[in-house]
Ligand binder design. Structure first.
Ligand code: SF4
Length: 370
């Protein structure tokens, strides 16, 4: 594939720290998302969504209006299929975050996850009451158990509407019903969409896109919102917090751990572990001053807004802070052992407490380490 022209560094990022790291990466031969984007030229047909690989008779590459695939699919059908399958994949990845959060809530409620606890009791009771779950004279764990059961059941619901959609404005709910896009459950909608976009099934692009919209709504209201509710209940509802960002948050004299992913269940425990005296002492025994946590991507946002943990950036560049794997940039944000340069940003202290007025408590470190 032809190599595209290399872009000037200012076009890659407006952040001076990122620019310096990109220059350094070029110097020592570490590939990044930017250099790889410069090396690849996207396929015009694929970029326009006009290439179909749904069956073994293809791939069918359509180039002009009126073209049809071997099965008879038009450009509109193929484009709708491709978009719909991208939405099905995205909805699966996104909503599974909510599923795992519901599993965690259940484990907390039943005592199987003793290192977690319910922090926002007010939100738990409020959310439970929205669905008619009794809250009077009941423990938080009992309420949480019922809520977790209700949320877990939403994913595989076969008929009716995802119960969380009742929290949308009434007019919006009516519109979704009218347009036939009120979702049943995420799993149901994703399977339906994969089914209808397979060869020999739905050929009508409008109908395919209707299924895509229904799947997207299932993700937002039956996956994402579950994740938000449970994260707030377990880790505290966010309030405005000061934070630091960019690669300058890495420390030169501490063990740097950059957490990555989109589920906060593990990263919140890593934050807790980083404050464990035994771990700090171990880091010191190896010559570091302590453990410096930062985040990348979605988890960075979770930890920034709930704990004030700094965000190192958006796209991982493993080689930048993991010399043992120099030359490899596989997108993994694993724990790192050596520091990149700190460029004027000082990590702020971890968020000390939440505001009781928001239904949270004031204890410093709720995440007990085993
Ligand atoms: S589903 Fe149709 S358009 Fe797609 S690859 Fe098969 S024959 Fe070609």
């Amino acid at each position: 594939m032809a190599k595209k022209k290399e872009r000037p560094i200012e076009e890659l990022s407006i952040d001076p720290a990122a620019q310096q790291m990109l220059i350094r990466a070029q110097e020592i031969g570490i590939s990044t998302a930017f250099s790889r984007a410069d090396e690849l030229t996207a396929c015009n047909i694929g970029g326009a969504g006009m290439c179909c690989k749904m069956c073994g008779m293809g791939p069918c590459r359509l180039t002009k209006e009126g073209d049809r695939g071997i099965c008879g699919a038009t450009i509109d059908t193929i484009q709708a299929r491709n978009l719909a399958r991208a939405i099905a994949g995205g909805a699966s990845a996104h909503s599974d975050h909510g599923r795992d959060m519901a599993f965690t809530l259940k484990a907390v409620a039943t005592g199987e996850a003793p290192d977690y606890r319910i922090r926002d009791i007010v939100k738990l009771r409020h959310i439970a009451s929205l669905y008619g779950i009794p809250t009077e004279d009941r423990t938080s764990e009992d309420i949480a158990s019922d809520l977790a059961d209700l949320y877990m059941a939403q994913f595989g619901q076969q008929r009716g509407s995802v119960i969380l959609t009742k929290r949308a404005p009434k007019k919006r709910q009516e519109l979704w019903h009218e347009k036939g896009v009120m979702p049943r459950g995420v799993d149901r909608e994703v399977v339906d969409l994969l089914h209808r976009t397979h060869i020999g099934d739905d050929q009508d692009p409008h109908h395919i896109l209707q299924g895509a919209v229904r799947t997207a709504i299932a993700d937002g209201w039956g996956g994402s919102l579950i994740a938000t509710d449970v994260s707030d209940i377990l880790f505290g509802t966010p309030a405005p917090v000061m934070g630091a960002s960019n690669l300058g948050v890495l420390s030169t004299d501490e063990v740097n751990v950059v957490v990555h992913g989109h589920e906060p269940t593990l990263s919140m425990m890593i934050v807790a572990a980083s404050q464990d005296p035994e771990i700090i002492e171990y880091a010191r025994s190896k010559g570091a001053k302590g453990v410096n946590i930062s985040g990348i991507c979605c988890t960075a946002n979770e930890m920034l807004m709930r704990q004030g943990i700094p965000a190192a950036g958006e796209l991982p560049a493993t080689g930048a802070c993991h010399p043992h794997r120099r030359g490899r940039s596989d997108g993994c944000g694993r724990a790192v052992h050596h520091a990149g340069p700190r460029r004027g940003c000082q990590p702020l202290p971890h968020r000390d407490c939440h505001d009781l007025a928001q239904g949270q408590d004031h204890r410093r470190d709720p995440y007990r380490v085993r």
